[in-house]
Design a protein around this ligand. Structure first.
Ligand SMILES: Nc1nc2c(ncn2[C@@H]2O[C@H](COP(=O)(O)OP(=O)(O)O)[C@@H](O)[C@H]2O)c(=O)[nH]1
Ligand SMILES: [Mg+2]
Length: 374
């Protein structure tokens, strides 16, 4: 999904409003094709651009909101709408100086999604790029720029040790760590903490030597890591990469509430698994194989039906079915996503009455039990 802490800015308007020209002008690049032909921009065009004195943003140039040229036009509009789940700010470029009925309707849609808008009148040619960039940075919400601390409120000081448990199994990518592990290591180093990484097999040897303040494991090893830690350092918190991400980008309270739905699952229930990346081997294995298997073991029923959403794909239309089509949604940590992107997923589930929880929190419940995670 891209750029976990870079604010995303969507550029919207009717066809030929000058959206692609604006993107090119702001970035000083020929990023998007400009032409008077309606439908020139089809798939959203994403460009990262560093605003001086501010930092990077991802601009998303989109197809016209009024593009109704048959099935293709409708698909282009659908793609444009989908970007509302990932943007932190919507720049709406008007054709005239006042919004038309259609533009006004679009602005309402944007606002209904809790997205702030920056409205620029007709082609914005009278405004300099610097002025527009200044307005953009002023209108990006502060929360989009600041990601909450990786380890939350935990009192970790310089010199404390954090022990990371990173299983290197068949599902691990060759020659590297996965992104949540990299992010956690970096966050530990930023705090001046001592970061120690082991595989599950070395945990028992490492604990007495390193006496960590916090243990962070890959969720799939929650059970064995908790068992060893309870024996050797019962006072030390064991958490997981995915749980930390859930606290940081998701909503731990909503997820905890969603977790309760696990105990009421019954045969025939449908479960939505949401992974925000499209091809991270380890997460795929957890989401597609392990979580379904552990849920079936926990509930004692084989008849649970799983639907998977990955990357930027939209939720299935059934999400909005009356009576709650899905009994539960399980969101991945979202290491590649911005906070806003995860919040949009949570928002959609809540709006449709679907309980939502997180990979790590669910695995902790299924594998360790509810009460003994601290
Ligand atoms: N006069 C004028 N023409 C513009 C401006 N921006 C774009 N255009 C022209 O309007 C047409 C559509 O521009 P484009 O950026 O592709 O619009 P989009 O469909 O909103 O992406 C092109 O022929 C551009 O050259 C502008 O600020 N002033
Ligand atoms: Mg265009």
């Amino acid at each position: 999904m891209g750029r976990d802490r870079t604010p995303h800015v969507g550029i919207y308007g009717v066809t030929n409003a000058g959206k692609s020209s604006l993107l090119n002008r702001l970035t000083g690049q020929q990023a998007a094709i400009v032409s008077p032909l309606a439908g020139t921009t089809a798939d959203p065009v994403r460009r990262t651009f560093e605003i001086a004195g501010y930092g990077p943003v991802v601009f998303i140039d989109t197809a016209g909101i009024d593009d109704e040229a048959g099935e293709l036009g409708r698909q282009r509009v659908r793609k444009t709408r989908q970007t509302l789940t990932e943007v932190d700010l919507a720049v709406v470029l008007l054709r005239e100086s006042e919004p038309s009925v259609m533009e006004r309707r679009w602005i309402e849609t944007v606002r209904a999604n809790d997205i702030p808008t920056l409205i620029l009148p007709n082609r914005a040619e009278l405004l300099s790029s610097d002025e527009i960039l200044k307005r953009i940075r002023e209108n990006i919400p502060e929360l989009s720029q600041k990601v909450p601390p990786f380890f939350g409120e935990r009192p970790i000081a310089a010199g404390d040790t954090i022990l990371f448990v990173c299983p290197i199994d068949g599902a691990a990518p060759a020659g590297r760590l996965i992104l949540p592990q990299v992010q956690a290591l970096r966050a530990a180093l930023d705090l001046g903490a001592i970061a120690v990484a082991v595989q599950p097999g070395q945990l028992a040897a490492a604990l007495p030597v390193h006496k960590p303040r916090l243990i962070v494991t890959d969720s799939q090893a929650f059970r064995e890591v908790t068992a060893v830690a309870r024996e050797l350092c019962p006072a030390t918190e064991v958490t997981s990469f995915s749980v930390l991400l859930a606290e940081q980008k998701g909503d731990a309270e909503v997820y905890a509430e969603g977790l309760r739905a696990v105990d009421t699952l019954k045969p025939g229930d449908r479960i939505l698994i949401v992974e925000n990346c499209s091809h991270q081997i380890t997460c795929e294995d957890i989401g597609r194989t392990k979580i379904p298997q552990w849920l079936r073991e926990y509930t004692g029923t084989e008849d649970l039906r799983f639907t998977f959403v990955s990357g930027r794909d939209p939720f299935p239309a059934e999400l909005g079915s009356p009576g709650g089509y899905f009994a539960l949604a399980v969101q991945c940590g979202g290491c590649v996503s911005t906070r806003r992107q995860i919040q949009a997923r949570i928002h959609a589930c809540r709006k449709n009455g679907v309980p939502i929880t997180n990979y790590g929190m669910l695995i902790r419940k299924l594998r360790v039990g509810r009460s003994i995670h601290r």
